[in-house]
Design a protein around this ligand. Structure first.
Ligand code: KG4
Length: 338
């Protein structure tokens, strides 16, 4: 079954063709990051307009790269939530038109379910149940994935997402947007151990996270040093910050593995590309005898393949959208409303 999949929830326009939820026939992406870098972050109105400009040509490219025509498509999948609402609506409106024009089923896909499903593209042998750690620009979640479409959030950030925190810390350190990757590169230049940064714990909810205190600590540290004219070891700060984020995520993933008894851990989302986080997850999983599934970097960030993969399993579960499908800025992955 060939699914044509659309993703436009933030600043990447992505269109892919995925066969039977696993085989990525094409994966066309146009990132707007360079444009938003001029403003130090995503400008929602610009994101929506750029999606409009890009989506039709990317669809042609995705079909061409898959060596298919429109008549070979069996269903259309699209990210309907969560995301920047104007951006999400571009994908939803376009996917609805394509589904209507081709007379094919429309499958709404939750963006974070999609991030988790990226692992199905990378690891053919992977099947639920497993624990997922999904860390991106908008979310930081621990998810009990019992089956392809049956999952529960075990823990979540109470404030900022880990990726958001990376982007803000990078900004005060003078690094370009999006800051995760440059922070990763800077952090690798130092062993760290110079700055003491806070670790937040949510009372009564050991799997929940909080990153805003850490973000504020980095911002204050940099501003204080600047105001006093004191030298700042930028690489050490990037390293200590990254270690603090990794510690928060890895310790909670370890606890969730113990609580659920899962023997497999899937990492997902843009922050899962972080080299230090990946190393610590590998160490923790090796110690616990847990199988770790780390998708390649191209499938950590937003892409269309992950929507095509999850779209297949949503389709198999009988989930369909119709021409009334709306985009949503927020929606929990374990409580779908369409
Ligand atoms: O999953 P994603 O592409 O978009 C969302 O769905 O949010 O995640 C983007 C986030 C950004 O905050 C970006 O800075 C972060 O992922 N990121 C990283 C790395 N690469 C991207 N964070 C830390 N280390 C990286 N290597």
């Amino acid at each position: 079954m060939n699914i044509l999949a659309f993703e436009s929830s933030c600043d990447e326009t992505a269109v892919a063709v995925v066969r039977n939820g696993r085989e990525v026939l094409s994966d066309a992406i146009l990132s707007q990051a360079d444009m938003h870098a001029l403003y130090g972050g995503v400008v929602p109105e610009i994101a929506s307009r750029k999606h409009v400009e890009a989506i039709a040509a990317l669809t042609d490219r995705a079909l061409e790269e898959a060596s298919l025509t429109k008549s070979d498509i069996d269903a259309v999948a699209v990210t309907y939530a969560p995301g920047l609402i104007g951006a999400v609506l571009v994908g939803v409106s376009f996917a609805k038109s394509v589904a209507l024009a081709l007379g094919k089923p429309l499958i709404p896909v939750h963006h974070i379910r999609g991030h988790i499903a990226a692992a199905y593209c990378a690891f053919p042998e992977l099947t639920p149940p497993f624990l997922a750690l999904s860390v991106s620009g908008g979310n930081s979640l621990l998810v009990d994935v019992r089956d392809y479409t049956d999952m529960t959030i075990l823990g979540a950030t109470r404030d900022d997402a880990a990726g958001e925190c990376f982007d803000k810390a990078a900004r005060v350190l003078g690094l370009p947007y999006p800051g995760g990757r440059p922070m990763d590169q800077l952090a690798q230049q130092s062993p760290g151990g110079v700055y003491t940064l806070p670790q937040a714990h949510v009372e009564g909810a050991p799997l929940d996270m909080s990153f805003s205190g850490l973000k504020t600590a980095v911002v204050n540290l940099v501003h204080n040093a600047q105001q006093k004219g004191e030298p700042l070891d930028r690489a050490a700060l990037a390293r200590d910050f990254t270690e603090a984020v990794a510690e928060a995520l890895v310790s909670r993933a370890a606890l969730a593995l113990e609580q659920t008894g899962h023997t497999r851990l899937v990492a997902a989302g843009g922050v899962a590309a972080n080299s230090i986080l990946r190393r610590h997850l590998e160490e923790m999983c090796a110690e616990k005898g847990v199988a770790l599934y780390l998708p390649p970097l191209k499938w950590c960030g937003d892409n269309g393949a992950m929507i095509g993969a999850q779209g297949y399993y949503e389709y198999m579960a009988g989930h369909r959208g119709d021409m009334t499908l709306n985009g949503l800025a927020t929606e929990d992955l374990d409580n779908l409303s369409y």
